[in-house]
Design a protein around this ligand. Structure first.
Ligand code: HEC
Ligand code: HEC
Ligand code: HEC
Length: 474
């Protein structure tokens, strides 16, 4: 199921409105300098491209061609192109089964405070899609965010990450999109943002200031597996689009581990994507590489169950990766030094055992304990251990100990469903508590969960809850 994914640039409406004025002023001052330099750069590029294209080989065997297309299909999964470029299923009449939309035909709306941005039709249809793209057009759209005719793409398309895709992989992706995808002649809806956000050329400034350039270069200090993992995470997987905090212009604060904020946790669309560094509290420090690989395969690993916007990532993308690629990703993540620590977990603490005993006998005085026993313990258990392959453990769960409680609030308000994967456990539902718990009760039960069984993290206030609910309109 595809939700309305929010435009990364403007994922927190309040923030961008405050930032919009200085950004606009800067755009005007940088515009002239920008256009001149840009023209020079594209001339140089044009020359390099025409030199390169003359060396492309013809007459490759059909076997080689179909292998290349298959490789491209795999890379498209790793990059989750379908996740953003496929519209949500349509209900044709009330009560009918939803009809899945054609893959890659675009039209998934991404909400922004200025209006909705629609993903493009990227099927090989010559009119509605990208059928007329040359290889160079394709590579430029993916790496620089510039479509033919000089149309600058909004960074809702993760071209800052895709700039690191290697030439080899770019060729395979191109072969797949030209020859392995069914053309669809229905155009995607046009994105119409009000002035000044409809001035696409102004993104030039943003690209210069923030977008990295240059393909991934293997780090000789590490082995091939580590480099494969780094490449998948930084380039194709664009994991930082959600897991890296954003700066005032909604730029990701770092596109590789050389930045100290890379993958330390980010909030997009009111889902907080946790810290993926080795922090033992809210990060991956206490998970093994095998747990992480299992989590990416089926959404279940080390007692955790994926929820929120990560469910789609597992369903559309990481479940299809090879075991070797998932192991490489896990290995790379485990190599990241602990950063941005938050929260603690002490499994053997006496307090933890006492709470469990007190909860069982019902004499716990702490606010939230009664709510937990009544509404949550049936699935997550009195000892917070959950149930394997069904319900996540909350004791020692890094997502529970995160610097932001936004995801926890959103999950309580909306409920959720664990992912459906090939060969993975059956999906299970977490109910919505929007009509059963007040803001204050939600704050109390989350504070309890974050500070029981050896968990220790900042309390959640009813203001934290009401802010998220107001933003969600629920
Ligand atoms: C996180 C969401 C997201 C992902 C993942 C994504 N795209 Fe996009 N893409 C978009 C959006 C949104 C647009 C439209 C941007 C705009 O209108 O400025 C777009 C635009 C494009 C365009 C420009 C088409 C045109 O002429 O308008 C191409 C080509 C493209 N994407 C290819 C891809 C490919 C190939 C992949 C996978 C390797 C991919 N995208 C992955 C969101 C995404
Ligand atoms: C669309 C946003 C998004 C993208 C892209 C994304 N994630 Fe996530 N991720 C989340 C959210 C939200 C969570 C928290 C919910 C959960 O634990 O499942 C999460 C959780 C995780 C967790 C569990 C962490 C924990 O402490 O529980 C891992 C591991 C992870 N992501 C790895 C990745 C990797 C690797 C990639 C890139 C291949 C990636 N994610 C891409 C949003 C995203
Ligand atoms: C009917 C069983 C059920 C009940 C009752 C329930 N949950 Fe859940 N809970 C789940 C399932 C299933 C998930 C995974 C959801 C997903 O994947 O979207 C989950 C996920 C969570 C998570 C995210 C942790 C993770 O790693 O996935 C938290 C936090 C949580 N529940 C807290 C609560 C609280 C607090 C209550 C009581 C107010 C509660 N749950 C009641 C089934 C339940």
């Amino acid at each position: 199921m595809h939700g309305l994914r929010e435009f990364p640039f403007v994922r927190d409406g309040r923030f961008i409105r405050a930032a919009a004025k200085p950004v606009r002023a800067t755009i005007v001052t940088l515009m002239l300098a920008g256009l001149t330099l840009h023209a020079a750069a594209s001339r140089a590029e044009g020359a390099a491209a025409s030199a390169a294209s003359s060396s492309t080989t013809d007459g490759a065997g059909t076997d080689a061609m179909s292998a290349e297309i298959a490789r491209g299909a795999y890379l498209a999964k790793a990059a989750d192109c379908a996740g953003c470029h496929t519209a949500p299923p349509r209900v044709t009449r009330p009560g009918a089964k939803p009809m899945p939309a054609a893959p890659f035909a675009g039209g998934l709306g991404m909400g922004s405070p200025f209006g909705t941005i629609y993903s493009s039709n990227i099927t090989p249809d010559p009119g509605a899609g990208i059928g007329r793209y040359s290889y160079d057009d394709f590579a430029r759209a993916l790496r620089e965010g510039v479509a033919p005719g000089g149309k600058r793409l909004y960074p809702a398309m993760p071209y800052p990450s895709f700039s690191k895709i290697t030439d080899d992989d770019m060729h395979a992706l191109y072969a797949y999109f030209m020859h392995g995808v069914q053309p669809v002649s229905t155009p995607a809806p046009t994105t119409r943002l009000p002035f000044p956000f409809n001035q696409r050329w102004a993104l030039l400034f943003w690209d210069w200031a923030f977008a990295p350039s240059g393909q991934y270069r293997p780090d000789p200090a590490h082995d091939a597996q580590w480099n494969r993992g780094a490449y998948l995470v930084q380039a194709l997987g664009h994991c930082g689009a959600c897991h890296t905090p954003r700066g005032p212009a909604f730029n990701e604060r770092g596109y590789s581990h050389s930045s100290s904020t890379y993958l330390t946790g980010g909030t997009n669309d009111h889902w907080f994507a946790p810290n993926l560094t080795a922090d033992p509290g809210s990060g991956l420090g206490r998970l093994s590489a095998d747990d992480i690989a299992a989590f990416l395969k089926a959404g279940h690993g080390g007692g955790l169950v994926t929820f929120g916007s990560m469910v789609q990532v597992v369903e559309d993308s990481t479940q299809y990766l090879s075991d070797a690629d998932r192991a490489a990703i896990a290995g790379y993540l485990k190599s990241l030094p602990p950063r941005a620590p938050n929260g603690h977990f002490d499994a053997d603490s006496r307090a933890a055992r006492q709470t469990v005993r007190a909860l069982r006998t019902g004499d716990v005085e702490r606010p939230g304990a009664g709510i937990y026993a009544t509404y949550c313990a049936r699935c997550h258990r009195m000892d917070g251990a959950g149930e394997r392959q069904k319900y996540p453990r909350l004791a020692g769960n890094p997502a529970v100990l995160g610097a932001s409680s936004a995801s926890l609030v959103r999950l309580l308000v909306e409920g959720g469903e664990s992912p459906r994967t090939q060969g993975g456990p059956e999906p299970h539902k977490m109910p919505s508590f929007a009509n059963r718990l007040t803001n204050n009760e939600m704050a109390q039960v989350l504070t309890f969960v974050r500070n029981t069984w050896g968990n220790a993290a900042a309390p959640v206030t009813s203001r934290d809850v009401s802010k998220v609910r107001a933003a969600l309109g629920k």
